[in-house]
Design a protein around this ligand. Structure first.
Ligand code: ATP
Ligand code: MG
Length: 400
């Protein structure tokens, strides 16, 4: 067992000693077998939440209605979820009912893909009821049971299939893919936020390019958030090629790359961003950077200064877009050589100008400051008290 799991072993053992079963389940088992870093450790148990709370002194009800209790042990929190089944998905998205069960196989059966349906015992033994190990070695995503049934129950699983194929660089097994093609329209019923999460993880995956092409082949685009016609299959194919070279490191880059290159008018872009229900921060970054992406050669000091906050996102996006090394170097150099990075760094502030009797409060002062900021950023005026004083005096003379 890797170290992340050894520390949880005593917790599993304690549950076992109380007469219940407990296993590591879900993504952590998959990632251990693949020797990949683990995000979160999920533990499943035959014990009901009330029973878990009797076994351990310190617990927190983190999600008791779904059967999850957090056990605190030696300063660590471990989420323990009671084995459960989910039944009758009448709205294609959420189970109407969660039922606690005592059988591990019932719990594993409700999971989406064979590679996500392993259980791992405290002694290191892997339980594999659905031949997930074979799928891992074939490097493919395959639904547990009948793919059509599973995607009908929960359409989000189709996005998850694409997401895992992108993260792991796995193929999607034939029958699973056919089901995805057939049931794609059900995606339209899934909450945008949930699609957004999977789509974002997909675009950050090592095989995001191939996953986007699965999405095209599966004709899923019409059922994704966004207005029909803005993003096209050709556009997706272009982004797929770009992602083949480099992976976006942040969510801001994902969305700047994905929507910022559409060259939409500001209102349309904001509408598209809203349809994806993106955060205010992401919306601001994409809206700010989008106009620059159309012509990287034209990016000057002023543009770089104005978008200093989003500079890393800008550079990452331009690199993924395949912008030439010369152009990237030029922008980097201009950024490094900026005399100031914000108005606060100007050697004289508006208040200083007023105190020195160089300006009076009012709209003209705002105009002076803006002209000054621009002149300093463009290197036309040195950022010193003396040079700024001369510049402001000239401006005032010109106005009077
Ligand atoms: P990650 O490493 O990104 O967290 P994960 O496999 O742990 O990947 P989660 O979304 O954290 O994915 O879900 C944990 C587990 O719960 C999955 O491995 C899978 O067994 C199960 N699961 C999650 N979502 C679904 C779903 N929509 N349908 C069926 N099973 C699901
Ligand atoms: Mg997880």
């Amino acid at each position: 067992l890797p170290s992340e799991l050894t520390s949880a072993k005593p917790v599993l053992n304690q549950i076992n000693q109380a007469g219940f079963q407990a296993y590591f389940v879900g993504g952590c088992v998959r990632d251990i077998i693949l020797e990949k870093p683990i995000h979160d450790v999920d533990i499943a148990s035959s014990a009901y939440p009330e029973e878990i709370k009797q076994i351990f002194k310190k617990t927190v009800d983190t999600g008791i209605q779904h059967g999850t209790v957090m056990v605190l042990d030696h300063g660590h929190g471990y989420e323990i979820t009671t084995f459960r089944t989910e039944s009758t998905y009448t709205d294609f998205r959420r189970p109407d009912q969660v039922t606690f069960v005592r059988s591990l196989s019932e719990d594993l059966k409700r999971r989406d893909f064979t590679i996500n349906a392993f259980a791992l015992q405290a002694d290191g033994q892997v339980i594999d009821y659905f031949d997930g190990l074979t799928d891992l070695s074939k490097r493919q995503i395959r639904a547990v049971g009948q793919a059509t049934e599973r995607f009908t129950e929960d359409a989000l699983r189709m996005m998850r299939a694409l997401r895992f194929s992108a993260q792991l660089d796995f193929a999607i097994e034939d029958e699973t893919f056919q089901a995805l093609v057939a049931l794609g329209p059900n995606l339209a019923k899934i909450a945008v936020e949930r699609i957004q999460v999977e789509f974002e993880k997909m675009l950050q995956g090592i095989a995001a390019g191939p996953a986007l092409r699965h999405l095209i082949r599966g004709q899923l685009l019409p059922y994704l958030p966004g207005k029909t016609g803005r993003v096209t299959d050709d556009y997706l194919a272009k982004v797929a090629l770009q992602l083949e070279k480099q992976q976006p490191q942040t969510e801001a880059t994902v969305w700047t790359l994905y929507l910022g290159q559409l060259a939409l008018a500001k209102d349309d872009l904001q509408d598209e961003l809203r349809q994806w229900k993106l955060s205010r921060n992401v919306m601001q970054t994409v809206t700010a950077l989008s106009p620059l992406l159309a012509n990287p050669e034209a990016i000057d000091q002023w543009a770089i200064y104005e978008h200093h906050q989003d500079f890393e996102t800008l550079m990452e996006t331009l690199a993924i877009m395949g912008t030439s090394a010369e152009c990237l170097e030029r922008i980097n150099r201009l950024h490094a050589e900026l005399p100031v990075y914000s108005a606060k760094e100007l050697a004289l502030s508006g208040g200083d100008l007023i105190q020195a009797g160089l300006a009076t409060p009012g709209p003209a002062l705002g105009q002076y400051l803006h002209a000054l900021e621009r002149a300093v950023v463009l290197g036309e005026v040195a950022n010193t008290k003396e040079a700024i004083t001369v510049f402001i005096k000239e401006l005032a003379d010109g106005h009077s």
